[in-house]
Ligand binder design. Structure first.
Ligand SMILES: *Cc1c(COP(=O)(O)O)cnc(C)c1O
Length: 433
């Protein structure tokens, strides 16, 4: 076993490129044999408690019997057929299910294969909306700093300019408008000064802006920040007032993670366009969706093409749709809000000891998301080593040690994750990496 996994890692390093990594990566990956429940089983037999849900996705844990069965059943009838000119039960039922739980007014669903593509589709929808209304000059996006919307080009153009490395791709990226990161933090009282710069930017450039795009309430990979619902409500009002579309990127926040089904639900607002992905399939397959209102669809139809110009090969994939449907039904069949509250209070208690530490700038928890932010960036290899030593899988980076555990995590799982996080920030020190 041991030799086999070492061999696999060596072979991996010869041929496989990993996310945000050099080739070969500076740190060797861990070889995974299997995963079940909240556990990742390494090829050498060790088990790690999963604190990442495989990047927000595996909300029901791994190898869940209900989700496994959904995939198996679907394989029996068909794994995939093209979506141009054809349709099938899983896609129609999933679209109906999404519309039923989405914020009011979102009634049409465009399927795609990943979150980044769902964001590309949302941006194309917004631009075609204004083409349909005879306003081609309204083609730019207004967003906020510290955002993350994916790695394809249009998506990258609305990511935080610094962490999104805009300078490297400036020749290719459309130029967008950036307001400061949303304030105040979640739980603090929003007042008009929090939206002032955003409002000024929006009003000054409103003739060019097609849409505002942002992550509602939780900014994920761009900084793991939680902001007050009042900010989102104010953005919705400004968009209404100045006839600008609002795109909510719910790819990380969707399906309960922040304590509400969608981030927008914290503020009771409906966007004109909404992107979902990640947890939609329960972490089984890659699928995403872009939802919109009838009004958006009508104007898109009036653009010169008469149609939305997008159509991924694997659009509406039956396997992914079937498992998404099973995952959403499984979520809704339980008292998921009580589950998220339980995880939230366990995270609050478990991370509290980090508050007193000298190098800790902030500790914050919202729903099933726990974050320790350090004052200085810490070396990733050392952080990773401390976590694995605790038997916990986390992927801290820079100044962020964070967790979004599967919803099925036990109190003991969460305690172990928190202990690993606290120990990481107390033991790892800045070494200039
Ligand atoms: C992960 C993420 C994306 C990109 O999704 P991919 O499936 O990785 O392409 C977009 N927006 C947000 C908010 C995300 O968290």
């Amino acid at each position: 076993m041991m030799d086999e996994s070492r061999d696999l890692v060596a072979r991996d390093r010869t041929v496989v490129w990993h996310p945000y990594a050099s080739m070969p990566a500076s740190m060797a990956p861990l070889s995974i044999q299997s995963a079940h429940g909240t556990r990742l089983v390494l090829s050498d037999g060790r088990e790690l408690v999963d604190g990442m849900s495989s990047w927000w996705a595996a909300i029901h844990g791994y190898a869940h019997p209900v989700l496994d069965a959904a995939v198996r059943d679907q394989i029996g009838s068909m794994s995939h057929v093209m979506f141009g000119g054809l349709t099938h039960g899983p896609a129609v039922e999933l679209a109906e299910q999404l519309v039923a739980i989405a914020p009011e007014g979102l009634s049409h669903v465009f399927f795609s294969d990943s979150g980044s593509v769902a964001v590309e589709v949302a941006i194309k929808m917004a631009i075609q909306f204004w083409l349909g209304r005879g306003r081609p000059e309204r083609h730019r996006m207004l967003t906020v700093r510290s955002g993350y919307h994916g790695d394809t080009l249009a998506a990258m153009s609305v990511c935080d300019p610094a962490t999104g490395m805009h300078h490297m791709f400036s020749a290719l990226l459309p130029q967008q408008f950036f307001a400061p990161a949303p304030t105040p933090e979640f739980g603090a009282t929003f007042d008009d000064s929090n939206i002032a710069e955003f409002r000024d930017l929006l009003i000054a450039n409103r003739q060019e802006i097609a849409a505002v795009i942002l992550e509602p309430i939780v900014q994920g990979a761009g900084g793991m920040r939680f902001y007050a619902p009042g900010f989102l409500s104010a953005v919705r009002s400004l968009c209404d007032e100045h006839d600008i579309l609002l795109i909510a990127d719910e790819i990380a926040t969707g399906f309960g993670r922040s304590g509400m089904l969608f981030g927008c639900d914290h503020a009771g607002v409906s966007p004109d366009i909404m992107c979902v992905g990640k947890a939609m399939t329960g972490g089984y397959l890659s699928m995403a969706a872009t939802l919109c209102t009838p009004e958006v669809a009508r104007s898109v139809n009036r653009a010169e093409s008469g149609a939305l110009m997008h159509g991924p090969t694997y659009m509406g994939n039956p396997l992914a749709a079937a498992v998404s449907l099973a995952s959403i039904r499984l979520l809704l069949s339980q008292d998921w809000q009580a589950t998220i509250r339980r995880l939230e209070s366990r995270l609050v208690d478990g991370l509290a000891p980090a508050r007193g530490l000298a190098n800790v700038a902030d500790v914050r928890v919202l729903g099933a998301i726990g974050v320790i932010e350090t004052r200085e960036p810490l070396p990733m290899d050392q952080m990773q080593a401390v976590c694995t030593e605790h038997g916990v899988w986390l992927r801290p980076f820079g100044r962020l040690v964070y967790s979004m555990p599967p919803y099925i995590s036990t109190d003991d799982d969460v305690d172990r994750i928190c202990a690993a996080m606290v120990d990481t920030v107390s033991r790892v020190t800045v070494t200039g990496t």
